[in-house]
Ligand binder design. Structure first.
Ligand code: ADP
Ligand code: UDP
Length: 242
C-alpha cells in the first residue's frame, strides 16, 4: 500500500490517504508534545517504539473482542488503519488519581480509585481540551446517546483487559485516554494506545514509565517506553513487516 496525500498532520502522528478510501496510513513521528502543544521536542526512536507498541496493544484488544481500527503494520513507523469518522471527544479512565484530576478537584495524588472513574474531554487544543459531560456530547451533536454509552462501556472494557496485562508485567495502568470513531455505522476504537496517552507506574517502586517523564523533564523518556514494551512482550526488533 502506497502513501497518498497527507490528510492530517497532528502533534505526533500524520494520517495519509491510500488508494483504498476505507484505509489510511498512520505514521508515528518522533515529535513529542505536552501542555496542548506548548512543549514540543523530537525524541529519537519514539515513532518506531510507539508504532510497534500500538500494533501490539490493538491486536491484543481486537483478540479480546474490542472493535479497533488497526489493520496491520506497514513499516517500523507506519500502520494501516481503517479510515474513521472521528468523534471529537477523549475518553479517560483513571484507576489512580493524578494529573489534571488532582489539580482540578484537590484530590490527593496517588489515591486509589475504586471504582475507577471516567471523564470526557473535548478535543480542542485552543480551549485546552475542556472537560465535558454526556449531555454536552448529545446536545452539541458530537455523538449519539448510544455512542456515548458504548464509548464508556468499551473504555472500561479496555481498562479491564489492559489493567490485567500491565499488572502481570509488574506495572500499574494508572490512567489512559482513548478516541473512537465510526466505520460503516459502527463504533470503532481509533487513534493509539501508547505511553504517550496513558500513565504507567512500576508496581514496586511507582517509578513513572510514561509521558510524564517528558512533561516533567525527568529524562529517560524513550528508555522508559522501551522498558514498558519489553515487559509486555512487544517485539521491538521485528524484522518481518510485509
Ligand atoms: P492530535 O490531532 O491530537 O495532534 P495526533 O498527532 O495523534 O493528534 O494526530 C492523529 C489524528 O488522527 C487525531 O486527530 C486523531 O483523532 C485522528 N485519527 C486517529 N485514528 C484515526 C482513524 N482511524 N481515522 C481517521 N482519523 C484518525
Ligand atoms: N491524555 C492524553 N491526551 C490529552 C489529555 C490526556 O493522552 O490530550 C492522557 C494522559 O496521558 C493521561 C490521561 O489521559 O494518561 C489523563 O490525563 P490528565 O487529564 O490527567 O491530563 P494531564 O495531567 O496530562 O493534563
Amino acid at each position: 500500500m502506497e502513501r497518498g496525500v497527507e490528510l492530517y498532520s497532528g502533534k505526533a502522528k500524520s494520517m495519509h490517504l491510500t488508494e483504498d478510501p476505507g484505509r489510511l496510513i498512520m505514521e508515528f513521528r518522533d515529535d513529542t508534545s505536552a501542555f496542548d502543544g506548548e512543549k514540543i521536542e523530537q525524541l529519537d526512536r519514539k515513532g518506531m517504539v510507539n508504532n510497534l507498541f500500538n500494533a501490539f496493544i490493538m491486536t491484543k484488544l481486537e483478540n479480546a473482542g474490542v472493535n479497533t481500527h488497526f489493520d496491520k503494520l506497514l513499516s517500523r513507523t507506519e500502520s494501516i488503519v481503517r479510515n474513521l469518522d472521528m468523534i471529537p471527544v477523549e475518553c479517560v479512565v483513571r484507576n489512580i488519581a493524578t494529573g489534571s484530576l488532582c489539580k482540578r478537584l484537590g484530590i490527593e495524588d496517588g489515591l486509589n480509585l475504586e471504582p475507577p472513574t471516567f471523564e470526557f474531554f473535548l478535543k480542542d487544543d485552543a480551549r485546552h481540551d475542556p472537560m465535558i459531560n454526556d449531555y454536552h456530547i448529545e446536545s452539541f451533536g458530537w455523538a449519539t446517546r448510544d455512542e456515548v454509552a458504548l464509548m464508556k462501556r468499551n473504555t472500561f472494557q479496555v481498562n479491564e483487559i489492559l489493567g490485567a496485562m500491565f499488572a502481570d508485567a509488574g506495572m500499574i495502568l494508572v490512567d489512559f485516554k482513548l478516541e473512537f470513531g465510526r466505520y460503516d455505522g459502527n463504533l470503532v476504537l481509533g487513534d493509539e494506545f501508547t505511553p504517550d496517552g496513558c500513565r504507567v507506574w512500576d508496581t514496586e517502586t511507582r517509578k513513572k514509565l510514561d509521558k510524564d517523564r517528558f512533561r516533567h523533564g525527568l529524562g529517560g523518556v524513550i528508555e522508559a517506553y522501551e522498558e514498558v514494551a519489553l515487559r509486555l512482550g512487544v517485539d521491538l526488533e521485528i524484522a518481518a513487516i510485509q
